[in-house]
Design a protein around this ligand. Sequence first.
Ligand code: PLP
Length: 421
Amino acid sequence: MSTLQATGADTKDAVIEQFARHVSSGKTAFFQMSGIDFVQGRREGPFIWDMAGEKRVIDCHCNGGVFNLGHRHPDIVQALRDSLTTLDIGNHHLISPSRAKLAARLAELTPGHLAYTVFGVGGGEAVDLAFKVARGFTGRSEIISARGGYHGHTGLALAAGDAKYYRPFGEPAPGFVQVPFGDVEAMETAVSPQTAAVILETVPATYGILVPQPDYLAQIRAICDRHGALLIIDEVQAGLGRTGKLWGIEHFGVTPDIMVLGKGLSGGIYPMSATCFRRELETVFHDDPFIHISTFGGAEVGCPVALRVLELASDPQFLAHVEELSAFFAQGFADLQSRHGQLLVGLRQLGLMMGIEMVNEYCGPLFSKAAYDHGLLSVYAYNDTRVAQLLPPLIIDEALAADILQRVDGALVQVAHMLGG
Ligand SMILES: Cc1ncc(COP(=O)(O)O)c(C=O)c1O
C-alpha cells in the first residue's frame, strides 16, 4: 500500500515518525520537547481534536484568520461541493465567469471600491504583486514597511519583513526600507521621491496585535499623498470581519491604493488571496496583460467559496456579533487583569483581534504551552514574544467565549508558576 494513502489504521506514533522523517524533523522535535503531543485529527467549528481522540483544543490561533468562520463551516463546504459539480481550476489565461464575479464583488465591498483584483494562492504572493504594481505604476523602486511587520515569506514580501527571516538565505531583494510602526516622524523622514509604496498591516499581528493610534494611518496616507507614493494596506489578518468591521482599515477612515487579502478568503477550505487596487493602477498591465501569472491564483473552483465567505463576513448581523463578543472579552480581560496584575500587562484588542500582553519575552512561549494544557490553541507573537495572540473563530457564542476566558485564567496561573511566581 502506498505511504500516501490514508489507511485509517495509521497510528499517531506512525504519523509522527513519518512527519519527522519526511516533512520536518525540527518541528517534530520542537513539539515533543514542548510537551505538545498533538496531531491534527477531526475538526469542526471552533474545535480541533487530536487524531488519537483524547485531546480537544479550542482554536484561538485560527491560522491568523483562515478559520474566521470556524472549521468546515457548512455553507463553505457546500459552496465547494456545488462548484465541484461543474468546475475545476480553470485556465488561468482565459476569461473566467467565476473570477470576474468575485472580483466585481470585491470592487463593491472594498474601501474606495478598489476596482481591479488579481488573485493569488497565498498572502505572500499577493503582497509580491502589490509591490510589482506599485513599482510598475510609479516607476520608482523603494518600498517602506514597518519593523516587526510581517507580510509573508515569498521573494519581495520577505524583503519587506525583518532580517531574521531572510538572513539565513542570502541577500534579500533590494529597495526595501523599514521604519518603526506608529512613528509618523520616522515615516515622514523615510518617504522620498524614490518611494513607490508604503506597506502596513492595519494591525501588525506577528508584532503582537499592535493597534495603531487612531490617526496614525491617516497621517501615513497624507505623507504618501504628499510624495506621490502609494499606500498598500495588508488586511491578510485584519480583514473579513476579524475586527468587527468587514475591513480593519474601516476603523481608521483610510482608503488604500492597494489592499491585500488572504487567509480568511479561503474560508479555511480553498486557498485564495487577492491584490485589490485602484482602477488607474491596472494600466501597469496594459502593455502586456500576461506579464504576471499565477497558475492556481483565483482557481475557478475556489471562487464561489470566496464569494460565500464575503457574503457571510459582510453580513451586518455577523459583524454585530463580533462586536458583542469583543465587548465581552474586553470585560473578561479587565477582570483577569485585576487577578493577574503581576503578569498580565493588558489586552491589545481591535474586535476579536486580541493580543495578551505580558511582562516579559518568556511569557508568550510559556503561555502557548499553558494554553495548550488548558485546551486552547494560542500562538505567541513571533516578533514580540511578550504577547500571546488570541484569535478565536468569529462564530463562537458567548458561552464558549466565557469558557475561553476561564481557560486563559488557568493558563495565566500556570505561566506565573512556570516563571517561578
Ligand atoms: C499580515 C500578513 N500578511 C501576509 C502574510 C502571508 O500570507 P501567506 O502565509 O498566505 O503567504 C501573513 C501570514 O501570516 C500575514 O500575517
